[in-house]
Design a binder for this molecule. Structure first.
Ligand code: MBD
Ligand code: FE
Length: 275
């Protein structure tokens, strides 16, 4: 028997914080008018909740303590991506055509191994889980195949853990950048991911617990699909009939993004709009 290290909130939610800082440029030139408009609206929403629900001093101080814990635990990216990002994506989607997008989430890592159109994702020699063959085609809005398109794919393992955010999983495991063939096609062999549970030791999990909600996302594949001259799509794909597909804690499921696998094979057609 080998010792199994159970990933904790500090291992995943917090490392998402370090990842965000190292990969995201967050300086943005915003006018004072824009800052005032949005910040005022956010504060008004908070003030209104306090008035409507008669929030007390002990509750206010408990909220302050929790917010401090959230920051100190490095869980702001986890919390924001689970509870807020879906609305930012919804607004962005208003002007988008082609395959539906979904949230990026906290566990994307850039610069993964480039892989040919027919490939197997990097996995441990004893990688657990049912085999999944995910294939399809990338085209433009007119159905013209996009050769050399990139499918940057990452997903959790059969226990729901992501490489880079849990101990004892090799770097790059179940991640890769797959390049489509001359007909825009790809065929990726991997394992079926498990549903993802928000780590319950940290402040995000504690809040979910305190509210009596469930901490689960349905099993999903993450994808960023890129092709020159086309708008990059960030999305996720789910599995019909899977647990939590109808109750995703992150509210990031769209009906167009649900795969119906048959005998371990799932097919999806990505459509990119020209820029
Ligand atoms: C995930 O795996 C995820 O995809 C999101 C959006 C939030 C937390 C964990
Ligand atoms: Fe995820």
């Amino acid at each position: 028997m080998t010792a199994v290290h159970t990933p904790t909130a500090a291992d995943s939610g917090a490392s998402a914080s370090a990842n965000f800082r190292s990969t995201t440029r967050s300086s943005l030139d915003v006018s004072p008018e824009r800052v005032s408009t949005v910040v005022t609206a956010v504060l008004q929403g908070v003030h209104e909740a306090i008035r409507v629900h008669d929030v007390t001093y002990p509750e206010f101080q408990a909220a302050k303590q929790w917010l401090m814990d959230l920051g100190e635990g490095g869980e702001w990216p986890l919390f924001l991506d689970v509870f807020v990002e879906h609305v930012v994506e919804e607004v962005a989607a208003r002007t988008q055509d082609g395959t539906k997008g979904s949230i990026l989430g906290p566990y994307y890592l850039p610069d993964q191994q480039r892989l040919p159109s027919v490939t197997t994702l990097p996995a441990r020699p004893d990688e657990q889980g049912d085999a999944l063959v995910f294939s399809g085609q990338v085209t433009d809005l007119d159905g013209k195949p996009l050769s050399g398109a990139e499918l940057d794919i990452w997903h959790a393992d059969s226990q729901g853990y992501y490489s880079g955010f849990a101990p004892d999983i090799p770097a790059g495991n179940l991640r890769g950048v797959v390049v489509t063939d001359s007909e825009g096609r790809f065929e990726i062999t991997t394992v079926q991911p498990a549903p993802y549970q928000i780590p319950h030791e940290g402040p995000t999990g504690q809040m979910i617990d305190a509210a009596g909600w469930h901490p689960w996302r349905p099993a999903h594949l993450h994808l960023i699909v890129r092709a020159p001259g086309h708008r990059t799509i960030t999305t996720q794909l789910y599995f019909a009939g899977g647990e939590y597909v109808d109750s995703d804690v992150a509210e990031a499921v769209k009906p167009e993004l649900v795969l119906t696998p048959a005998e371990g094979r799932a097919v999806y057609h990505f459509v990119l709009e020209a820029t």
